[in-house]
Design a protein around this ligand. Structure first.
Ligand code: PLP
Length: 357
């Protein structure tokens, strides 16, 4: 006979606090940047950039979002189950082979990307609403200008709900690619009847000529750059497991990567690269005890990070790795990456707390 072990209270787990009020306030702030005829949708792909698609979508729908975008059909099904029948849910990957049943039963709107998707949609789900994604130079997804030209009449005749494209360099306002893609999009779509969409977070910030009828912010909702005004949406507090004093000449962590030059108080905290705190962030990353920055020393390991806490009178029970003083992009920069990657790498081991509860 087999007995179940009691579930421990998980004191060692890091706490990931997700502020859904901040997410909604970021959505409202981005919405306020376009005029009121422009609809502001919400991109909740990749589990809402790691923060939890079900919780984020519910909060955003309550705040007023009526259209949602996901990358994959499975993500769309999740959102449909959470939000019920009302909202429009668009799928960036379009209509792939084998997905018709799921698209139809969850009433998802595939953004058709290519002639083969168009034929598949017409053959398998002629009554299901769809949108069209155009390639305006990013060369990732969407009908090429010549493909669009040849099929524009047929596609528009079938009444797409939305015609969209995506900007490659919107996080760099002065980049000539922005105007080039805007002109290309205009050239391909001026005068058509369906609603149009070009801007994600970066595009919203480029100004009203990029907004068209609907904007598609993602990262800005979750507190990431390039939306500098964003309220931080997550806080990550990692418990201190142990502290010790390391003497000059002693080393810390794998590969002896850090050597003390003075007596140093080192705290070991209970999260690591398995939790999305990328190994590449050390050396360079800093964590916080209240308002006091404390440098990471030695290598980040799978489950643990070592921190120089010599500057503290009292070592708190946990240190903050991401939070109001330490935006997700600061940790990302130390790792040579972007906030998007840190958010979507947030691990499954965190004890997640959603505010307001
Ligand atoms: C991910 C994505 C978005 C959202 O982009 P952000 O930069 O996170 O605002 C919008 N549109 C498309 C096509 C995307 O792939």
């Amino acid at each position: 006979m087999h007995t179940l072990c009691p579930t421990p209270s998980n004191m060692g787990a890091a706490h990931l606090t997700i502020d859904l009020d901040a997410v909604c306030s970021n959505w409202r702030a981005l919405d306020a940047l376009s005029n009121h005829e422009v609809e502001t949708a919400a991109v909740v792909k990749a589990d809402a950039y790691g923060i939890g698609a079900a919780q984020a979508a519910k909060a955003l729908a309550k705040a007023g979002a009526k259209s949602f975008f996901v990358a994959l059909v499975e993500e769309g099904v999740t959102i449909r189950n959470v939000l019920g029948n009302q909202p429009d849910i668009y799928v960036f990957s379009g209509h792939m082979d084998g997905e018709t049943d799921a698209l139809v039963s969850a009433r998802l709107i595939p953004l058709l990307n290519a002639p083969d998707q168009m034929s598949r949609h017409a053959a398998n789900a002629p009554n299901l609403s769809f949108g069209v994604q155009l390639d305006t130079g990013m060369n990732r997804l969407g009908f090429e200008p010549s493909e669009w030209n040849d099929r524009k009449f047929e596609l528009l005749n079938a009444g797409p709900l939305l015609v969209m494209s995506h900007l490659a360099c919107a996080d760099e306002p002065g980049h000539p690619m922005n105007v080039q893609q805007l002109d290309a999009f205009r050239g391909m779509t001026d005068g058509i009847a369906p609603r149009r969409s070009l801007a994600a977070t970066g595009g919203i910030l480029l100004g009203s000529e990029y907004h068209f009828d609907l904007t598609r912010p993602g990262v800005g909702l979750y507190g990431g750059q390039p939306f500098g005004e964003a309220r931080p949406a997550i806080r990550l507090d990692v418990p201190v497991i142990q502290t010790r004093t390391v003497q000059p000449g002693e080393t810390v962590g794998y590969g002896n990567a850090w050597t003390a030059t003075a007596p140093t108080k080192v705290a070991t905290i209970s999260a690591g690269y398995a939790d999305g705190l990328l190994r590449a962030a050390a050396p360079g990353a800093v964590v916080f005890a209240g308002n006091t920055p404390c440098p990471v020393v030695g290598r980040i390991s799978m489950d643990l990070i070592t921190v120089d806490v010599s500057g503290l009178h009292n070592v708190p029970a946990s240190l903050q790795v991401i939070g109001p003083d330490l935006p997700v992009d600061a940790f990302a920069e130390a790792a040579g990456t972007i906030g998007y990657e840190i958010l979507t790498s947030l691990g499954a081991r965190y004890e997640r707390v959603y505010l307001p509860q």
